[in-house]
Each structure stands twice: as C-alpha cells, then as structure tokens.
Design a protein around this ligand. Sequence first.
Ligand SMILES: *Cc1c(COP(=O)(O)O)cnc(C)c1O
Length: 231
Amino acid sequence: MDGMGDSLADRLAEVSAKIEAAVHRSGRSASDVTLVAVSKTHPASVVLGALGAGQTIFGENKVQEAEWKRPEVGAGEWHLIGHLQSNKARKAVKVFDVIESVDSLELAQRLERICAEEGVERLPVYVQVDLAGEVTKTGATEDELPAIIDYVKSCSRLELKGLMTIPPYIEDVEKVRPFFRRLRELRDRLVPGGGLSMGMSHDFEAAVEEGSTLVRVGTAIFGEREYREEG
Ligand SMILES: *Cc1c(COP(=O)(O)O)cnc(C)c1O
C-alpha cells in the first residue's frame, strides 16, 4: 500500500478521487458510481472513523459480524457481499439493507419468502455471477443466470438492482478487464439499465472504466485486514 502513514480520511479521499478520474474516462459522472467501504474484519471503532469522514455505505461478508458491528456503528447502509448460507438468510434480511450475493434460485426464493414473513417490503439485491468457474468462488453460472433473474424480476419484495462479480485475482489488471466487460455484456442483455457491482482495491479503476456502478473497496481504505477471513 502506498500512503500507509495517511489517515483513514486521506485514504478515502484518495480512493474517491481515483473513482472520479476513472468515471470521467468512462464518459460518465461521479454520481454514477457508489463506493462501498468493505469493513470486514475491522472493528466498529474503525467504521465509525469512516462514517465521521463521510463514508456511509459499508460492506460485510459475514452475517454474524455485521450483526454485532452494525448496532455498534449505529448508522449507515449495510451491504452483504459474501456467500449467504440458507440457514442465515433470515438474519441477513434483518441485518442488511442490500444483498449483493444472491447466487442461486433457491436463495432468491428463500429471501422473498422471508421478506414476506418478516414484513420487509423491499430488499434490493444483486445476482452474483461466477465468470471464472473457479471452485473456490461463489456465484451463479452464466447458464443459471436467466432463471434467477426472471424469478427476481417477478418478486414483489426482492428488487433486482443488477449483477455482481468477483473476478479471479490477477496481478495484471488488464487481464481482469475482460471479466468486467463480460459482466457488462450480461447486464446489457439480461438486466438492461441495471447496476454493476464490480471492482476491489487492486482493480476498481479498471472496473469503473468498464462501467461499474458500485465498487467494493476494503484494503485501499482500511489497510490490511486484521485477520484472515476463512473461506
Ligand atoms: C473483501 C472483499 C472485497 C474488498 O477487497 P479489497 O481487496 O480489500 O478491496 C470486495 N468484495 C468482496 C466480495 C469481498 O469479499
């Protein structure tokens, strides 16, 4: 990381400036891209610091972690960005404002049913796509995508916001770019006008150039994570 001596506010400003420059290169305006600060593994005190610096949207990959952290922070919009096990879906509906990791028809059906049972009128979701076919990654395959999207479009509680992907980690960002382009093509075909959640610390500028509307940035804002998250 460059700028390790910088404050959280400095790093946030730096990421925002890079997003702004990239979004202009893509011929769009800054308001077209939303920054989700990925706060997983970082304590509530650190998230409060980000909130104080003006960052209001946070991403967590575990239901349990957000369950204790969110009340301690007390504000903000919280996105689930990690794989959701079916037995944690009810808690997730209660804890999160947006679920970016809907990766199966069964999960979408379960979330719709739980929203009805819990009186949640509206739950914005992204369908996560696995473009690399790696066994370690989660996400629906391209083949599974149309059925999931048709179903979510038919839901009364789930609101389809767009597509999300986690590309493979490749040092050379130019080699990641084709994954971003592929997700954009799928979006254009299956969710016209929808959003694209793509881009992390090391590749968010390329993702924005390729049309990302929502970047999920952790390390570049908060520094290295305090412990490893297990699979
Ligand atoms: C951890 C995580 C991020 C943020 O990764 P960084 O490289 O720290 O920016 C983004 N998206 C998902 C799904 C993650 O799990």
